[in-house]
Design a binder for this molecule. Structure first.
Ligand code: XBP
Ligand code: MG
Length: 259
């Protein structure tokens, strides 16, 4: 195999594998605030603004600095935020255990097709490792944790997306060059990170990210799609589909080859 063959797929989680933000993370943050006796309420619109910052702890701090300046912070703000965030993670994983958040259209099919042809799989996300595990276990089953050779998540690198560090870390763990991989993202912070690591990137948009700047993407889709639920090509070279109605491994090979 030459150095330029496609070897691995690197997936973002939130927004890409599943629409987790509005009905998952946001809800869990609000439950944690309520538990702590705080009257903070992040509605769907405010949450869209808070998504400017990745990482839950970083997002809480950003909220206090920009949207709740009257709040008198406790002496140990780091510990206060860490405790809130721990409660949020517990609520979030409990929501996933209830099966509230399904995978997006075409995600399971594409992952299975990739496995069947021997492509290696990895995850590069800013979310907490426990959240990734809960999503995979409650959608694809516990065995799916082993399908991903590298699960790069959360505080494993200090500089979260849009910094490229999490993708650089995942590539290093895989022992691969960016030219041998494709990345899947849904947001501006995500594609800044993946492109910063020099990865050819495929975007699936969602309601929070449809107006983001995806000019650096090889392909912009509304979803991966299924044979009975075609994807819409919103940007990039539609020719790679060559008559196929959804994203499959053949299409990935053509994107990787720069067709
Ligand atoms: C995901 C995030 C995360 C989650 C919350 O971004 O921004 O902060 O919203 O996760 P991306 P934690 O999809 O670009 O990785 O609360 O566990 O940090
Ligand atoms: Mg994302």
């Amino acid at each position: 195999m030459g150095a330029h063959n496609l070897q691995a797929l690197l997936f973002d989680v939130d927004g890409t594998l599943a629409d987790t933000e509005r009905d998952g993370h946001r809800v869990a943050f609000n439950l944690a605030f309520r538990d702590a006796g705080l009257d903070w309420e992040w509605d769907a619109e405010l949450y869209g603004k808070l998504l400017a910052v990745t990482g839950g702890k970083e997002r809480i701090r950003f909220y206090l600095e920009n949207y709740n300046r009257d709040f008198e912070p406790p002496d140990d703000l780091d510990a206060f935020i860490a405790a809130l965030h721990q409660a949020k993670t517990a609520h979030y994983t409990a929501l996933l255990a209830k099966g509230r958040i399904p995978l997006r259209s075409g995600v399971e099919r594409l992952i299975q097709e990739a496995r069947a042809v021997g492509l290696r799989l990895a995850i590069a996300t800013t979310t907490t490792p426990a959240n990734v595990e809960a999503l995979l276990v409650h959608t694809l089953g516990a065995e799916s944790l082993d399908w991903f050779e590298v699960i790069a998540a959360g505080d494993i690198v200090p500089a979260k997306k849009p910094a490229p560090d999490i993708y650089d870390y995942a590539l290093k763990k895989l022992g691969l060059d960016s030219s041998e991989c494709l990345a899947f993202e849904d947001s501006i912070n995500g594609i800044r990170s993946s492109r910063g690591a020099n990865l050819t990137t495929i975007i699936t948009i969602n309601d929070y990210t449809r107006d983001d700047d995806f000019s650096e993407a090889a392909l912009v889709l509304d979803q991966f799609g299924e044979p009975d639920a075609p994807c819409q090509v919103l940007g990039g070279k539609a020719a790679v589909f060559n008559g196929t109605a959804f994203l499959n491994v053949d299409v990935l090979q053509r994107i990787h080859a720069g067709v």
